[in-house]
Write a protein that binds this ligand. Sequence first.
Ligand code: M6R
Length: 608
Amino acid sequence: MCGIVGYVGPRDCTDVLVSALTKLEYRGYDSAGIAVFEGGKIEVAKTKGRLADLSAKMEREGKPQGHAGIGHTRWATHGEPSDVNSHPHSGRRVTIVHNGIIENYKQLKQFLIDNDRTEFLSDTDTEVVAQLLDFYYDGNPIRCIRRTLHELRGSFALGIVFADRPETVYAVRCESPLIVGQGQNEVFIASDVPAIIKYTKDYYLLEYGEIAILKNGSVQFCSLHGRVIEKELHTADWDEDSAEKGGYPHFMIKEIHEQPTAVKTTIMPRIEDGLPNLAECGITFGTLRRLKNIFIVACGTAMHAGMVGKYVIEKLARVPVTVDIASEFRYRDPMLSRDDLVIIISQSGETADSKAVLNLAKERGARTLAIVNVKGSSIAREADMVIYTHAGPEIAVASTKAYMVQLAVMYLFAFETAIAKGRIDETECRHLTAELVRMPKIIEQTINAVVDVCQYVSTKLITADSLLYIGRGLDYALSMEGSLKLKEISYIHSESYAAGELKHGTISLITEGMPVIAVATQNTLLEKTVSNIKEVKARGAMTIVICDENADIDKDAADYMIRIPQISEMLMPMVATVPMQLLAYYTSVNKGNDVDKPRNLAKSVTVE
Ligand code: M6R
């Protein structure tokens, strides 16, 4: 979604803002802009389109010169992407950038109109906030921010400059994430750490209702009531290279290759003497033993990791698991009790619907566990327990390594729950854990083994209008993710179907040459899945089968076969994910799409 940046320091502010915004491009955007203090006045440059369009515009019309300012990439919510709807937005004395949504902006606009503020240029909710700040501004920025925030409903973060407070940037956070970077005699604000990592690894996390005042290369924090706050300085444990392509053509393929390391870094600190140990994450045997029901709630890819988790937890630990989409769960008045555990899975830790579910679960007395990649994110901080995945920054919109480590954590959690519940003994748990420890190596072997065939098979997909992903059991859970990955970056319509369900309607869609990708890694279900593959083949489908190297499948059932290493059935999802990711990646590349920033999508969905 939108990205906010800000800078106060000795460097060329416009250059810093544009460079920082480049690092937030992954969040998705359709316009960009900056506001910089130049000679005591606020100069604004903004445009519809990409940052390159903004730079070209500044080249033509003049680049604001100064040392303090704010910047923004906009992902349109209120009003189409256009120059005028781009941020920053201004009142007479106030200019702002905004991430999030103001739910009551229509009422506030009416209030302003009723009070003779009629000069609205854009369709945005943001301009209403700029005008409202201006309306309340009496020379005291903190009082003005407080009064304005009191009126706003929604979740948002703001970067603010006041015309009569030159060289000073104010920032405030209400739900939407915002950090403050501290360098040598320079300070930054940003929606995410990658924006500032080139300049500093040290940052503060702004909390709900806190205001940051950036001036003279340093920052002061205060509450909405002006009370000074001391904050803890965090240091990022990764560097600029992690947020760069490092020689790969796209972040997505780089992140696919980073999966072995990501899995290793995520699981190894949680394994002790050959057994999983999640105590450091606040998860005790006592908690696990008492569990009656587990709810896994998430969005998109993270929800698909939960689907795999359901199969594994239920099989090993015999605890009923319900998996739900966060935007549905939060509105269906779920039945939760103290002995239930709600697991929220989220790469960003900022997804609005997932965050709302976390709050709901807490309100209803359930225990909450967050499985999150971004340190210090809202979901991680607010959950009772947290297991951080250590995938490092994931920049491509299409999630790959974050999904892989979410799977790894699902396994660790299932093993630990199963042993706590007495469903498996130590020997079996050791055996399962040892197999998980082998996964980084096996994932690496798989990438090398299937990259060429995936590249080739993807050339057969690019002309398709529509395709199906099918599977049974864990393969079905996995095919949901394969299908999402493919559609989000290749723009080919794709559905995932439980293979046994095809005959109940969907098989009528099969026409000559329609691709059907069958995931067939579950040997206990193999014969049945093969029958389903033959059924679609007999009706003209072009079949692509992902199966293990030893699977006994007739050659004539598959037009293309992608063979992957064989490991125990239960862990096959971590291997079979790889060809699905590569098929999606190469199909998108072959179609000439913007692989890392697919149209209409944002990396972190911070609005409902
Ligand atoms: O940050 P989160 O894991 O909460 O994000 C959830 C989804 O928005 C995300 O997984 C999305 O589906 C990805 N684009 C999938 O590649």
